[in-house]
Design a protein around this ligand. Structure first.
Ligand code: ZN
Length: 489
């Protein structure tokens, strides 16, 4: 066998083991018995050490030096392996182990401190995590910007400066839109209770409508909705709130967007380095466009209104137009995950600036709460009332996920571009979506983007799908048109 074939055979087993590790995580969040937590931690730890040994195996270096790709797809495979190997080798084993140990404990500390509204109790742990991530960033950057090195892990090709330039261009238009919308009369919300079983039945129907392949997936309940796995086994979770069915419906459509991406990758790439989404940002472009640009469109909500009336009877909304406004209600709030389309990116931009300053050493952990609260008042016009509504609300930093937040907004930006392109390609889309048929849109995404997996770099695959270079313009145009019309501003 050639070096390339040896390398790909070795890599295929590594990919398979990584899928097994992911499925253990899925099991832990869904059906694992409570008493199994201790043993599970050891199982996952054992598997992770096998994976780490494979990812740092000296033969990888030798194969990579000798491998010749048979074609352009092979080149992309080698690019992915090279990139991951180079990153892994730059981080000392001691540092990798300490980050894993400290962040797994930090999540528990964070959860306890958030429940107790105890910032002071969380700061020593957060300081340790930030210190380790600064060290990791410095090891990866080799003299360049440590934050850029961390961003590159989630979004290859993007830097702190390129993200900052995009966000700076977005902020004034978003703040202005937010001001106009909040100054107008708010639409009515839905009222009543919505039975759990009925919500789950309609949620399954929505997953099917958005193209979820049930022969290679399943939906279970979990505390936090997520999508897990790739290729032939892509599972999602959802949750039910009996007074807020939109929570269940729209988080399911969101996760179906992630899952459809993984299910949609070309079968030929199964269990290879390019057999998965291109980046976190491109992933989020799928979930966000399924959830918002398709799921919260006037056309699709018209159909959903009819289905909800059939299932739940009267819930205080007079017609499809009022329902569209209720689904797209804009409200000021503290929590990112509950934010509407107008506020969401403002939450992300704030976290981006703060975490970038933390990693670059321009902001100290001791000053983070003050910096968070000042910035929140400036951007959102209200004072943070308690830490769980402020700097303790998200788990990311305790997990060491620095550089991850901006990918959420990047996903929205890409979703804006992709929607502009797909609407130009499919003029009759609204007529179909009004009948509950989104297959033309999801089929377009599969053909133009999803099937390529990580074959191309993130920006490259989006630009190819759209036929133009991605920028923030289409998203802002879409938001101003949609919410300007709903609110008459
Ligand atoms: Zn997502």
């Amino acid at each position: 066998m050639s070096a390339y074939e040896d390398l790909m055979a070795f890599q295929r087993q590594t990919e398979a083991l990584a899928q097994v590790a992911g499925r253990l995580g899925w099991d832990q969040e869904t059906v694992m018995p409570d008493g199994a937590a201790g043993q599970r931690a050891e199982e996952i730890g054992a598997l992770e050490s096998v994976l780490h040994a494979r990812r740092t195996d000296p033969r990888l270096g030798e194969w990579l030096a000798a491998a010749v790709a048979p074609d352009a797809v092979g080149e992309a495979q080698l690019r992915q392996i090279r990139r991951s190997y180079a990153r892994t080798m730059k981080i000392p084993a001691r540092l990798a182990e300490e980050i894993a140990r400290v962040t797994s404990l930090a999540q528990g500390v964070w959860a306890g401190c958030r429940a107790a509204e105890d910032v002071a109790g969380f700061l020593p742990t957060l300081s340790k995590v930030v210190e380790l991530k600064r060290e990791e960033g410095a090891a990866l950057a080799a003299g360049a910007d440590p934050y850029d090195a961390l961003v590159d892990d989630y979004e290859p090709g993007m830097t702190g400066a390129s993200i900052a330039a995009m966000f700076d261009a977005m902020r004034p238009r978003l703040v202005a839109l937010r001001g106009r919308v909040l100054g107008a009369a708010a639409p009515h919300g839905i009222v009543g209770t919505f039975g759990r079983d009925d919500q789950l039945a309609l949620t399954r129907e929505l997953a099917t409508v958005f193209g979820y392949d049930w022969t290679r997936g399943r939906v279970d309940l979990a505390v936090h909705p997520f999508s897990s796995g790739s290729g032939q086994d892509v599972r999602i979770t959802t949750r039910v709130n009996e007074v807020d069915p939109f929570n269940c419906f729209y988080s399911t459509i969101h996760e179906v967007g992630h899952a459809a991406y993984e299910q949609g990758v070309d079968e030929a790439y199964l269990l290879t380095p390019i057999g998965q989404g291109a980046s976190m940002g491109v992933h989020e472009s799928q979930s966000r466009s399924y959830e918002n640009q398709m799921g919260r469109s006037r056309a699709f909500t018209g159909w959903l209104y009819g289905r909800m009336r059939e299932v739940f009877g009267d819930f205080g909304i007079a017609d499809a137009e009022a329902f569209y406004r209720a689904v797209n209600r804009v409200h000021a709030g503290y929590i990112r995950t509950e934010a509407d389309e107008v506020h969401y990116n403002l939450h992300v931009m704030m976290r981006f600036d703060l975490e970038r300053a933390l990693i670059r050493g321009e902001l100290q952990v001791a000053d983070l709460e003050g910096a968070w609260n000042d910035r929140f008042r400036a951007d959102f016009g209200v004072a943070v009332d308690k830490p769980s509504n402020g700097m303790l609300q998200d788990v990311h930093w305790s997990c060491g996920l620095f550089g991850y937040f901006p990918t959420y907004t990047l996903g929205n930006v890409y979703a804006g571009c992709l929607t502009k392109a797909l609407r130009a390609d499919i003029p009759g889309l609204d007529g179909m979506m009004a009948q509950g048929d989104v297959s033309a849109a999801t089929g377009w995404m599969r053909e133009k983007l999803q099937r390529h997996g990580a074959r191309y770099l993130p920006r490259e695959v989006v630009a190819q799908a759209c036929g133009f270079e991605p920028s923030e313009g289409p998203l802002l145009d879409y938001l101003e048109a949609k919410f300007g019309e709903i609110y008459g501003v």
